[in-house]
Every structure is written in C-alpha cells, then in structure tokens.
Design a protein around this ligand. Structure first.
Ligand SMILES: NC(=O)c1ccc[n+]([C@@H]2O[C@H](COP(=O)([O-])OP(=O)(O)OC[C@H]3O[C@@H](n4cnc5c(N)ncnc54)[C@H](OP(=O)(O)O)[C@@H]3O)[C@@H](O)[C@H]2O)c1
Length: 262
C-alpha cells in the first residue's frame, strides 16, 4: 500500500534513539523527509546517518531540549525554514523517573509536567500556524498504555499520559476545521533502553535478575514478548499517512494485548 508519505515533512521529538527514532525510520522508509531531535548532537548525527543509509531519503536533525521553550521554537523554525512546510508532528519525550507518591516532591512534579506535557503544548503551538495555513496536518502524541491502566511505580507517567489524551481529544475537536488530525499512540512494553532501565530498577528493588523481571513481564503480555521498536514505528507511520484520513481524537494502543480492559 502506498501510504502517500513521499515528500511529507515530519518533525519528531526525542528521536535520537528508542521509539522516536523508530518512528523516524519508518516514516523515512516510506519517503518522508524527517527531522529528528534530542539533546545530544553526536547521537543525532549518528542516528540521522543510520536512518538515511537505510531509507536513502533526506534526514535532518536539530538539537532540541524539550524542557526549553526557545529550543522548541528554534527547532520548528529550523524545520520550516529548511523544508518550507511541516506536515507531521510526532510528540515524544524522555520518560519521567519512577517512584511512588511519597517519593515525589514539587520539583519532580514540575519537571515531569514540563517535559511530558508542556513540551507537547509548546510544539503544537509552534506548528499550528503552518498547519492551519496548509489546511492539513497530523499531530501524533506519544503516551503509554498507562492511559488505560496505571502502571505501579510510575505515578508521574500515569498522571501526565492521561493529560496527553485530554489534550489530544480536545485539540482533535478544535483543529478539525483546519483538517488537522490529532491522535494519541500508547505503547505497552517495547524493547528500548528506557524499558531495560525500568526493568533493571525493578530487578534491583526485588533482588532478582533482570532476566527474571523480563520473564514475568512478558508473561503478562498475551503475545509473550516485548514489541520491537519498528512494530511501533510502523503503526505511527500509518496514522501519520494520508491513508489514515478519518481517524482523529483516537488513542491507539500498541501493546501485544497487555491491556485487558475493553
Ligand atoms: N518503550 C516503551 O515500551 C514505552 C512504554 C510506555 C511509554 N514510553 C514512553 O515513551 C517515551 C520514549 O520512550 P523510549 O523507550 O523511546 O525511551 P529511550 O529509548 O530512553 O529514548 C528517549 C529519547 O528521548 C530523548 N530525550 C530525553 N530527554 C529529552 C529532553 N529533555 N529533550 C529532548 N529529548 C529528550 C533521548 O535523547 P537525548 O537523551 O539525547 O536527549 C532519546 O532520544 C518515554 O516518555 C517513555 O516513558 C515508552
């Protein structure tokens, strides 16, 4: 199926590795011009070269710390100045620290709000004038399966991910008249550095090996394995594409069946 992504311009937040990079790769393989971003230039340069060597399509990169308003403004400006438009925004960010209520102080709350929710608001604010002008756009907000079922020990994530759904659904309604479609994507457990580090924290806490933690974790997933980043990225590429033209305000769970609720 031709997804119609050829020549589309996509800006992807937090994409030097992990899920963001996987989205960039799948979009690039489908012919989109992708601009990846993150805090470290070296990692971005390497990731952009790797993606480009696989897809043979243009890949840009820009340093952008999502906790800095000016970085976000500069990154979107860089993308539009260089490619004259922006068709797709994929919001993503580093994960917040794990911990329970009594372990979190105001600073933890503010920092996570800024990184995991306010950064989405800020990127959307920057792309909106261009998408309105084009009378088209796709905004995809990355959350977590915790939007359906809170994950023990991930209080900050559980709180701000559901905020992302509220934001997405409200904006889907507000932006529909401009043909801007807004959706949420929610990974369960996809094998990235973040999941490995959370599994390690759990293993240390329980005094068992990381292999044992992963065995138990996979046992709760009907498909009995973690997802691969490309399995996540390909769903995002589909939602970002012209083919997916009548879906907005939806939350798409990509979790191998982990969430049991209807
Ligand atoms: N993997 C999963 O199964 C899963 C499940 C549910 C939710 N999530 C959530 O999805 C998001 C991505 O997860 P992941 O597994 O891909 O994590 P990851 O492999 O650790 O990658 C995180 C990415 O975020 C970037 N980043 C971190 N802080 C940043 C900042 N302040 N500004 C800009 N970029 C920043 C990192 O680059 P730099 O360090 O170079 O900036 C890196 O590219 C996280 O919020 C995570 O909690 C993941």
């Amino acid at each position: 199926m031709d997804l119609g992504l050829h020549g589309k311009v996509a800006f992807i937040c937090a994409s030097s590795k992990g899920l963001g990079k996987a989205c960039a790769l799948e979009l690039s393989k489908e012919g989109a011009i992708v601009v990846i971003s993150g805090r470290k230039e070296k990692e971005l340069k390497e990731a952009s070269e790797e993606i480009q060597s696989i897809s043979k399509n243009e890949v840009g990169y820009v340093v952008c710390d999502l906790t800095k308003k000016e970085d976000i403004e500069n990154a979107i400006k860089y993308t539009v100045d260089k490619y004259q438009k922006i068709d797709i925004l994929i919001n993503n960010a580093g994960g917040p620290p794990s911990g329970s209520f009594e372990q979190m102080d105001d600073e933890n709350w503010y920092k996570s709000f800024e990184l995991n929710l306010l950064s989405y608001v800020r990127t959307i604010r920057e792309v909106l004038p261009f998408m309105k002008e084009q009378n088209s756009g796709k905004i995809i907000n990355l959350a977590s399966s915790s939007i359906k079922q809170p994950i023990p020990g991930l209080l900050l994530s559980n709180t701000f991910r559901t905020g992302i759904v509220g934001l997405s659904k409200t904006l889907a309604n507000e932006f529909a008249e401009h043909n801007i479609l807004v959706n949420t994507v929610a990974p369960g457990r996809v094998a990235t550095d973040r999941v490995r580090s959370l599994d390690q924290i759990k293993a240390d806490k329980l005094g068992i090996s990381i292999d044992e933690v992963q065995k138990q974790s996979k046992g709760n997933i009907p498909l009995r394995r973690y997802g691969q980043p490309e399995e996540f990225g390909s769903v995002v590429a589909f939602i970002a594409s012209d083919v997916c033209s009548y879906v907005t305000g939806s939350s798409v769970i990509i979790d191998g069946g982990l969430i049991k609720a209807i």
